[in-house]
Write a protein that binds this ligand. Structure first.
Ligand code: GTP
Length: 304
């Protein structure tokens, strides 16, 4: 057993080394093999009294995390440790060993059961961590625009509907501004698509820095942005958007030609109670169309 203990320490060291190198599947293989050999040898030479066989349950959970194996093989691999556990009880039940300090055998058995539970808990923790992280990532992917990081149309609609419902209950005003970058096609055509993407990101940053936390900023489509301003009436929204537009030309720059001035047109609407989100959007769009018609780089407030 002394030799096995030395080999164990080396195997664990190697397993941890592999894990540190990002080779988790190899690390699991090394550790599972070591624990299997150790448990079987302990049962054969010392019997079941000290409880080393309980570690087989722990590695059966760990074995499932070996992603190099497909689900079926991982299940068989894991099951082989439980089978070993059961066989040890059949084959080694009569093995006994004369310990020098036999009064401690029960305590060692107890400790082994407890320690064997730790990898089991860690395995479950890893699974939980991975599933929570993936859920968060999926939720993010489903709600954010991948280029600008702003809310996408689906999420913006969901949040806006909630804001409008809340506002109709509380009587608080809500306004909406639909903005569109002027002659965006020209930016793409003259400076390239990557430059166009850069401008879209700059616009997103601009809105984030110039608007409040409570304002909902979203990429509504191609080069269109929808901003929902809770607690703000139409006139206030109109002057707020006009005010931030003064900074637009200074703060939104091309990467390759900083002398190029990007501009934007807006349609602003106050969402009066009882008017649906779709209707508000339509009126904002009509106001935006007027801004474009009247020469662009302009904000138009929709008249009720
Ligand atoms: N770089 C880039 N371009 C995009 C993206 N989405 C849409 N576009 C481009 O945006 C352009 C929109 O062009 P138009 O609808 O003609 O509008 P515009 O040139 O901005 O003209 P006005 O809106 O009338 O001022 C098209 O060339 C699209 O290809 C995107 O994610 N990245």
């Amino acid at each position: 057993m002394a030799l096995i203990n030395i080999a164990s320490v080396i195997a664990w060291g190697y397993g941890l080394f592999l894990n540190g190198k990002g080779r988790q599947a190899d690390a699991i293989l090394v550790i599972c093999t070591e624990v299997w050999v150790h448990s079987v040898c302990a049962a054969i030479f010392l019997g079941l009294e000290v409880g080393f066989q309980h570690y087989l349950w722990a590695i059966s959970a760990l074995a499932i995390l070996n992603t190099r194996l497909n689900y079926l093989y991982a299940s068989f691999y894991s099951l082989s440790f439980i089978l070993t556990f059961a066989l040890l009880y059949l084959l080694c039940a009569d093995v006994s060993y004369q310990y020098k300090y036999s009064e401690y055998v029960e305590a060692v058995h107890f400790i082994n059961i407890m320690v064997a539970g730790i990898p089991f808990i860690i395995s479950m923790m890893v699974i939980r961590f991975i599933s929570v992280t993936q859920e968060d990532a999926m939720a993010k992917l489903a709600s954010l625009d991948s280029l600008t990081g702003l809310y996408n149309r689906r999420m913006a609609t969901e949040i806006s509907l909630k804001i409008l419902q809340q506002a109709s209950r509380s009587g608080e005003p809500v306004s909406m501004a639909l903005g569109d970058i002027d002659y965006f096609k020209k930016i793409n055509d003259s400076f390239g698509h990557a430059e166009g993407d850069h401008v879209l990101c700059e616009v997103a940053l601009f809105f984030r820095s110039r608007l409040r936390e409570a304002d909902i900023i979203s990429r509504w489509g191609g080069e269109e942005f929808l901003i929902v301003l809770p607690g703000v009436d139409g006139e206030a929204a109109y002057s707020k958007i006009n005010k931030i537009c003064q900074f637009f030309e200074k703060e939104v720059r091309l990467e390759s030609d900083t002398s190029y001035v990007a501009q934007m047109s807006f349609g602003v609407v106050e969402c009066t109670p009882g008017v649906t989100f779709g209707e508000c959007l339509k009126r904002a769009d009509e106001a935006l169309y007027l801004s474009k018609e009247q020469g662009r780089n302009k904000v138009t407030l929709s008249k009720n």
